[in-house]
Design a protein around this ligand. Structure first.
Ligand SMILES: Cc1ncc(COP(=O)(O)O)c(C=O)c1O
Length: 372
């Protein structure tokens, strides 16, 4: 069927402010990393409450650099939730380590600390905790499992800009954290990423690695990469950062409408916000009960111009690319179930109340038709 998308599942929220700042940079003639990159980094570090925020090309590179900075290499195991975007795990392999997928809690879709306990070995070097869909993971329970073992806690904050755990911003809770500023993230630069950390050695490692290993102009102390961003990206990100809280509030307001209006539908399980969490709804993801009902609902919305998405159809331990890089001591159940039942509804600050109410009406129609 030919159709046009009327409502996108995710979209950047760009206004004249971003356009003007980016044009200003274009007209300045200074396009390579400079003033604006420093300004963004200082502001982002302050926003998160950390000493250092270092921009890099994307979230994958941010994860890779953090893993390298703490010394991940051959023989090291790194635990990750089994239900996340592939880059959480592939960055570990790129850094030379093995991936230990951990099952998830089905209420939050985040790593289950009890399952983590059973998968730690003396080779576990680190865990990468994802705050999936914008809901902070249960950091204290995870820290309790780690106890005083020598295991690094890294946060993957690609979906949690501005989210809070017990009143503290995600991204400031472990040795270092990785952010993505991809086009649809809560804060976007089109593409981009950052590492946030309080640790000098992590900051120094990344500073060198992202800029050809240069200690001064044309003097290179180590082999490094070019993982820099441009002034154009930083200008875009700086304007986005100034309105991040507002954009997150809009996401939360949209989530409230969905949750109030959809709560009577028995075949849906809606997202919850844990008492320890400030959820920033990078995604509004529902669980659709029943065999194949999720896919029928998605198709029903698609032909009406409403885009949905499955985050994620394949758990980490089923990714072909990772098959030779996994440590699997026992089966994973919840992540497999989640991959069959989750559906993300449209969620971005540009949605009007009318858009949301229209989607809700379609969903109600779908379940009414299903019954009859
Ligand atoms: C949870 C998670 N980790 C890592 C990444 C990788 O970020 P990027 O696409 O900027 O490389 C993403 C985003 O795409 C993500 O959602």
């Amino acid at each position: 069927m030919v159709y046009s998308v009327v409502v996108k599942v995710n979209a950047p929220y760009i206004t004249d402010e971003e356009v003007q700042e980016v044009v200003k940079v274009l007209r300045s003639g200074n396009l390579a990393a400079g003033e604006y990159v420093r300004l963004f980094e200082d502001s982002f570090a302050k926003y998160l409450g950390v000493k250092h925020a270092l921009t890099v090309s994307n979230g994958t590179v941010a994860l890779y650099l953090v893993l390298k900075a703490i010394g991940v290499g051959p023989g090291d195991e790194v635990a990750v939730p089994d239900f996340t975007f592939a880059a959480t795990a592939t960055s570990i392999v790129l850094a030379g380590g093995k991936v230990v997928p951990v099952d998830i809690d089905l209420e939050t879709y985040n790593m289950d600390p009890n399952d983590l306990k059973e998968r730690l070995t003396e080779r576990t070097k680190a865990i990468v905790l994802v705050h999936l869909y914008g809901q902070p993971a249960d950091v204290d329970s995870v820290k309790e499992v780690l106890g005083n073992k020598n295991i690094f806690l890294i946060e993957d904050c690609a979906q949690s800009h501005g989210a809070e755990y017990k009143g503290v911003k995600t991204g400031s809770l472990g040795v270092a954290s990785a952010f993505s500023f991809y086009a649809t993230k809560n804060l976007t630069m089109g593409e981009g990423g950052a590492v946030a950390t309080n640790e000098e050695y992590v900051a120094e490692y990344i500073e060198l690695q992202r800029n050809h290993g240069q200690v001064e102009k044309y003097l290179h102390s180590v082999i490094g990469w070019n993982f820099r961003i441009t002034e154009l990206q930083a200008a875009l990100g700086y304007v986005q950062l100034a309105k991040l809280d507002k954009m997150n509030e809009r996401r939360r307001a949209i989530a409230k409408i969905y949750s109030e209006e959809l709560s009577s539908i028995k075949l849906l399980r809606l997202p919850t916000e844990k008492p320890y969490a400030k959820h920033v709804y990078h995604q509004y993801t529902v669980w659709v009960h029943g065999d194949g009902v999720r896919d029928k609902l998605s198709e029903f919305l698609r032909v009406r111009g409403v885009q949905t998405a499955i985050h994620y159809p394949n758990p980490i331990h089923k990714q072909p690319a990772l098959k030779d890089h996994l440590v699997l001591s026992k089966k994973l159940h919840n992540s497999v179930e989640a991959s069959r039942h989750v559906l993300s509804l449209p969620m971005h600050p540009g949605l009007s109340d009318d858009d949301v109410l229209m989607i809700i009406d379609y969903i109600k129609d779908f379940f009414r038709d299903l019954k009859t």
